[in-house]
Write a protein that binds this ligand. Structure first.
Ligand SMILES: [Zn+2]
Length: 265
């Protein structure tokens, strides 16, 4: 275990801790996810805390003491002013960093994952406006590529039952297994697959696109609300399948207007 480190980092979550302290979680390129405290008593936390926010790339200095890991220094390496000030943008960033925090375990260093997050922040910063449907689609894409990087790829090309190739129009979606099941598996053993539901071919294509296209491609692609709603439900299934218990509520909560959410669930 290290005694002290200086590292680039992006804050994933902030929570109050005891009376005057705060508990932070941050993603770093070389140390994976780190959890540490900001001490209110030892050093004026307010001075550090104004920088310890999700919408920036930071340089952190952290010490590992006998009883706790504590941040002692922070500098802003790169600010994202648009993300920090636009409500729609900020909501999307906080939702995605909060999900990352729940999905990623500590100590697994992953430079690609870190690069994925910085690409995502730079992309969002460059967007003038974000419509809720578009935001949900973009966040779905971010989650799908994040899950794939963690080894939890959504099963779109091979059947979750027999691993055979999925043929167009001959499949159903099985949320409990995070992917598509082929028609012959269902025909052979209907009892095992009775929870599988029909999924339109357009939604499967949209899932592939969300996972594989560049963010710029996702931003330009024309969207239908119903397709994005079906896609979001599949992404939620996939996250739940691989990270049981998390997230506790659908990831689009807070982003989509209420009437759209009730159409999905
Ligand atoms: Zn099969």
């Amino acid at each position: 275990m290290w005694a002290s480190i200086k590292t680039e980092a992006i804050i994933l979550s902030v929570a109050p801790w005891r009376e005057a302290d705060r508990r932070y979680s941050a993603l770093t390129p070389g140390y994976g996810k780190l959890e540490f405290l900001g001490r209110g008593a030892a050093k004026p936390l307010a001075k550090l805390a104004s920088h310890l926010e999700p919408c920036a790339i930071l340089d952190l200095e952290i010490i590992c003491g006998a009883r706790s890991i504590t941040v002692i220094g922070v500098e802003r390496r790169h600010a994202f002013p648009h993300l920090a000030t636009s409500v729609d943008h900020r909501l999307l960033v906080l939702t995605s960093t909060g999900l990352l925090d729940k999905i990623i375990r500590e100590e697994a260093a992953d430079a690609i994952l870190y690069a994925e997050l910085t690409t995502w922040l730079h992309f969002l910063e460059a967007q003038e406006t974000l419509h809720p449907t578009r935001s949900t689609f973009l966040l779905s894409g971010f989650l799908l590529r994040l899950m794939r990087q963690l080894g939890y790829n959504v099963a779109l090309d091979h059947c979750v039952g027999c691993e055979g190739e999925i043929v167009p129009l001959s499949f159903r979606w099985h949320g409990g297994r995070g992917g598509l099941v082929c028609s012959s598996c269902i025909a052979k053993n209907p009892g095992e697959w009775f929870l599988a539901t029909p999924l339109r071919q357009e939604v499967v294509q949209l899932l592939r696109l969300a996972r594989d296209s560049s963010y710029d491609g996702l931003f330009r692609y024309p969207l239908k609300g119903a397709d994005v709603a079906a896609l979001a439900a599949c992404v939620h299934d996939t996250v739940l399948y691989h990270v049981p218990g998390h997230p506790t509520q659908p990831f689009w909560t807070g982003i989509l207007p209420l009437q759209t959410v009730s159409a999905i669930v």
